[in-house]
Design a protein around this ligand. Sequence first.
Ligand SMILES: Cc1cc2nc3c(=O)[nH]c(=O)nc-3n(C[C@H](O)[C@H](O)[C@H](O)COP(=O)(O)OP(=O)(O)OC[C@H]3O[C@@H](n4cnc5c(N)ncnc54)[C@H](O)[C@@H]3O)c2cc1C
Length: 393
Amino acid sequence: MQGQETAAVVGAGFSGLSTARFLASKGCPTSLLEEHGRVGFPKHCTGIVSQDTLEAIGEPAIRCYLHRYDAIVVEGSRGNSFTVEKRGIAHILDRVCLEEELLREAHTQGADYRPHTRVESVDDRGDRVRLGYRGKMGQGLQEYSYVVLATGSRSPAIHPLLAQKRPPTIPGVNHVVQGEHGQDPHTIRVIFDHSLAPGFFAWLVPLSPDTMIAGLASSTPGGLRRGLRRLLEEKLPPGISLMEAYGGPVNRGPPLSILAAKRVLLTGDAGVLVKPVTGGGLYPVAHITNPKGEEKGEGCAGAFALLRKRTLRMAARLRLHYRVARLLHEPRNQGLIDRAIEEAAKARLGEVIGQRMGFDDHHLLARTVMARPLLALKLAIIAGPRALSLLVG
Ligand SMILES: Cc1cc2nc3c(=O)[nH]c(=O)nc-3n(C[C@H](O)[C@H](O)[C@H](O)COP(=O)(O)OP(=O)(O)OC[C@H]3O[C@@H](n4cnc5c(N)ncnc54)[C@H](O)[C@@H]3O)c2cc1C
């Protein structure tokens, strides 16, 4: 391999798998190194994506498709709500299946998958990147032209990019429950009530008339357990039983300030490349690694340059999302959130959002509100100067 350009992707979660598939599809000899033995585990993600993200992921998403949503009800803490309606506004994917299918595609494209391989050091001084690894077969050192670190939110600081100060994550949990829940099976409910889900929100995502994912994230110790109990008792009818529970750290942004060095790139949760409002990590990486993008980027150098360009562009967009997230995730803004939801319902904002914004376009919320001058004025009056951070986005 002397002289031949190569790439390594560290971490085989959704981000690493998508990146390895992308690099290999561009003709770059790619190794995918993963410390665990099986992709898709431990399970942590709900798997909700927009239509655009589903298309960007492509075939693996279609093969792992579970259910479609046509409405999202946004609730506050006083039972107040507004509804955003659009056929196919969101979809849910089987996340374990998705990672297995992405691995299969990466493999088909020629990527070399190495499970049970933990990367312990990344040295990019000079014109090659040296990875120090330890695996079942012992330890070693291997050189690559380019390295993408997709090591998730618990990334060890194996490279200076990963040693940057990270915004804190908060624990999130999903309970799959069974029983007649009474919610329309094509409607998602999201509940912005900081007494229930401090620092985030709770969600009720039906899979059928008698199965549902009930989940939340919470920034206070013990908040997760208390919040879940209340969510099940207060928002669902009696007789619902627990089938499965899983969860993990939720990122609320913003992306890390520096995401790229000359030959090393961060992606996914490792770079905090998530939608800050929802913690959704599939959208950013699906678009960064969309094989159908119109830009050229063949071979390792071209493909790495393209990934780098798209990553930085996506990070800039997610930093705009973060302005909205900061406002929504701050418990002392509960009064503002409740009144904003009431005003949004009166102004039928849900219809406008359904027409103008996609599920992933949180940065367009301000522009959408501004298109209703009366609503924008009312919100500015309710919130005072703090509303500006939302409205100028
Ligand atoms: C409760 C919950 C619900 C969520 N719901 C949604 C949702 O509905 N929609 C959505 O878009 N997003 C959702 N997310 C977020 C989404 O799951 C994550 O953003 C996404 O899975 C992150 O993928 P990743 O590949 O970046 O990281 P990870 O999945 O964490 O993968 C990192 C991989 O790197 C490996 N690794 C780490 N260090 C090393 C090393 N040194 N050497 C080798 N391997 C290493 C790990 O073993 C792991 O396999 C949710 C998250 C949570 C917690």
